[in-house]
Design a binder for this molecule. Structure first.
Ligand SMILES: Cc1cc2nc3c(=O)[nH]c(=O)nc-3n(C[C@H](O)[C@H](O)[C@H](O)COP(=O)(O)OP(=O)(O)OC[C@H]3O[C@@H](n4cnc5c(N)ncnc54)[C@H](O)[C@@H]3O)c2cc1C
Length: 407
């Protein structure tokens, strides 16, 4: 597993939100001169998942391909530009010998490892299977297949009241207002992770667009395609059902590995200490959706953990101890169609009040975060470092906000 300490070699499994930001930062400002960097991913490209909803439900046909291409980049190109090694393969196992990937007998050795394999999502967001390395073209073809099913549907049921369902409802009712959209939320307010007034604003905007929003009830599938609500026992039938919940950590491949036998929670998250490292394996970190940190599993939190990792890893290479990860303030930007949204960040709500269509500013913020995440104008590193400085719970903004009672 280990290599000589004078040649540190960081292997990153998963080039999504957390993994790609880590590689970008370490390749641009390596903390030691001879750091070797390797990315392993089972698809050939980076994809900015938060914009997939806007791609799939775009009003204009030509916007599907156009937008998709602006939110994806082939890892080969990125690796060439940022100077890291890319191995396009699926990780099947990690043991004392190193990382074992499909189709290769020799393990990939490392001195330090980041596991950032994210979540498994329900359709239509789950990756299609591919006999080779999944390409952008194959993914786009799969999204187009799902789009066709959506275009043929006249009613859609979204189970769950989180950002995914709210965004799906908002996009569909803007692009095809004649679609019957029902959202069922088990919590009393939509967007339960942010203050109730933000969820209430989202609900009233969706209802003005003729969505049916049922709150405080669960929806259970009683027979194929037929759902029933838990309290009012209302039967819901729709041409298409999107499950807003139900993602789980993408860690099944670790369950047979003795190294990880006691490192997975019941839900499959990798247990980490307060430095985001595995207990007993200080050179192995788990970052983002796949770890056991108790905070919302989001692109944003994966990015924030990646920025923390960069500090912790640099300290580790210098034989210093970094302060513990304290988490970040809640932040959510939820679009309600291409030009409106609602948001909550650093104690501020954006709902577009007193107007009733949502906030234009929230929509601009959503677009700006997309562009930053795609590293337009080299903003990915700087932008996320600035966000972390503002948002991390040990920082000045959080401490001051707590003192004056707005956070
Ligand atoms: C439709 C949709 C909309 C979303 N909208 C938002 C939003 O608006 N805001 C927000 O903050 N979050 C949003 N999220 C959540 C967000 O995408 C995730 O929380 C985030 O991507 C997690 O980052 P990560 O780095 O942990 O994992 P990911 O970004 O999921 O990256 C994991 C990577 O690991 C690779 N991988 C997995 N298993 C293996 C393996 N065995 N071998 C090799 N490679 C592997 C995958 O190919 C992938 O590249 C959304 C998610 C979806 C599906």
């Amino acid at each position: 597993m280990t290599q000589p300490a004078d040649q540190p070699h960081l292997v990153v499994i998963g080039g999504g939100a957390a993994g790609l930001l880590i590689l970008r930062q370490l390749s641009h400002s390596p903390p030691v001169p001879n750091l070797k960097l390797t990315l392993i991913d089972h698809k050939a490209f980076f994809e900015y998942t938060p914009s997939l909803i806007a791609v799939l439900f775009a009003k204009e046909e030509e916007d599907v391909d156009r937008h998709y291409h602006t939110i994806t980049r082939d890892y080969e190109d990125v690796a060439r530009a940022w100077k890291f090694e890319f191995i396009g393969a699926s990780v099947e196992h990690i043991d004392q010998g190193g990382v074992r990937v499909k189709g290769q007998s020799e393990p990939i050795c490392f001195t330090h490892l980041v596991i950032a394999v994210g979540s498994l999502w329900a359709e239509p967001w789950s990756l299609p299977s591919s006999s080779n390395l999944l390409s952008r073209q194959e993914r786009l073809a799969d999204l187009r297949r799902h789009r066709q099913r959506y275009l043929e549907a006249s009613s859609v049921l979204c189970v769950g009241g989180g950002p995914l369902s709210v965004e799906i409802g908002g996009e569909i009712l803007t692009a095809r207002p004649q679609t019957e959209v029902t959202i069922v939320s088990s919590s009393k307010h939509l967007l339960s992770e942010v203050p109730a007034k933000v969820g209430e604003a989202a609900k009233s905007i969706l209802c003005r667009k003729n969505a049916k929003v049922i709150v405080g009830e669960k929806a259970r599938e009683v027979s194929s395609g037929v759902y029933e609500t838990s309290e009012s026992k209302e039967r819901l039938v729709a041409d298409l059902v999107y499950l807003g919940q139900g993602s789980r950590p993408n860690t099944a491949f670790l369950s047979n590995s003795p190294l990880f036998a006691h490192q997975l929670t019941d839900k499959g998250n990798i247990r980490v200490d307060d430095h985001l490292r595995l207990h007993d394996h200080p050179n192995i970190y788990a970052i983002g959706d796949c770890n056991s940190v108790s905070e919302p599993k989001m692109f944003y939190t994966a990015h924030m953990q990646a920025i923390y990792f960069l500090q912790a890893f640099t300290s580790q290479l210098r034989n210093e101890e970094a302060p513990a990860y304290q988490g970040v303030l809640t932040s959510q930007i939820v679009s309600l169609g291409p030009s409106r949204g609602v948001a909550y960040t650093v104690g501020l709500s954006m709902t577009g009040y007193p107007f009733k269509e949502g906030s234009k500013l929230a929509s601009v913020a959503k677009w700006a975060v997309e562009r930053m995440s795609m590293d337009v104008a080299s903003t990915k590193g700087l932008g996320n470092r600035a966000l972390y400085a503002i948002q991390h719970r040990g920082g000045t903004v959080a401490r001051m906000g707590k003192k004056v009672g707005c956070l």
